[in-house]
Ligand binder design. Structure first.
Ligand SMILES: [Zn+2]
Length: 276
């Protein structure tokens, strides 16, 4: 059996082969204990984990909310049970899955604008990791100073202008009461146009950065803020028309993601790559 896990900031979801997905609260799960219990109960032959945190070479470097640092999870499982375990950052897993849906794309950029902002790039079927597997952490690129602090320690990260968290922080800052982060609603409130314009500026800035650095065949946008504001795709198409070299290159595809289980499915694809 394959055990696939989507370790998110709030939800811990797992699936045995193609059985229904089971959802637990992340904070209620001790990952190592969970794996040990699953190994006792089921004939598990391999484990694939999509992880909402930083991971490098099978080692968990940092995790949301909880103290999981420098856990050599791949090595521990291999030594204890002699089975393969693959693990990577959740956005990287999701990007791998998106790439499998777009097999003709040479380079694909997958950008997530939900609670946070981040992304991943897949080139010729492989995730671009960089020297430290931090490639794609575009949310922490300095943009404009804000009155807020980012989890990374800075106060000017793109994520503080371009994310659901940013919209909540800015709305609170200006005393706006917003339940749903629909930009069209925000725009009509006092000071809402400032938040809206700052968001669009950050979106355009991140788009041009990725476009000019990687020249992708396609941009796939995912996350709740994008899904709630599909008109942002039109905005990005418009941005493209103002880009350099637009007359001599093929326009990239710019679309909303349609995949629901990209993280879980992408983690399983990691397993296939490991076998090769
Ligand atoms: Zn940051």
């Amino acid at each position: 059996m394959i055990l696939a896990i989507d370790y998110g900031g709030s939800n811990f979801r797992y699936q045995l082969d193609t059985h229904p997905i089971v959802i637990l609260e992340t904070q209620s799960v001790d990952l190592m204990l969970f794996l040990e219990e699953m190994m006792v109960q089921y004939p598990i032959e391999s484990i694939a984990i999509s992880f909402a945190g930083q991971v490098r070479n099978g080692v968990i470097l940092s995790a949301p909310h909880i103290a999981l640092h420098n856990v050599e999870i791949q090595k521990v499982i291999k030594e204890r049970y002699a089975i393969p375990l693959v693990i990577d950052n959740d956005l990287k897993c999701a990007a791998l899955y998106e790439a499998s849906l777009n097999p003709h794309a040479n380079t694909l950029a997958v950008l997530y604008i939900g609670t946070g902002f981040g992304g991943a790039l897949v080139h010729q079927g492989k995730i671009i990791g960089g020297a430290n597997n931090f490639a794609g952490e575009i949310g922490h690129t300095p943009f404009r100073a804000t009155p807020f602090g980012c989890g990374c320690g800075r106060n000017d990260c793109l994520e503080l202008s371009l994310s659901g968290k940013a919209l909540a922080l800015w709305s609170h800052h200006y005393g706006l009461d917003l339940e749903e982060f629909r930009l069209e609603d925000i725009k009509s409130k006092p000071k809402g146009d400032t938040i809206h314009q700052n968001f669009l500026d950050a979106l355009a800035h991140s788009f041009f950065t990725v476009l000019n650095l990687f020249d992708p065949d396609g941009f796939i946008y995912s996350g709740s803020v994008m899904q709630n504001n599909p008109h942002l795709i039109d905005f990005l198409q418009e941005c493209y028309t103002q880009s350099a070299f637009k007359t001599v290159r093929k326009a990239p595809k710019i679309e909303l993601s349609i995949s629901k289980e990209g993280c879980l499915e992408g983690a399983k694809l990691l397993l296939n790559q490991e076998k090769k």
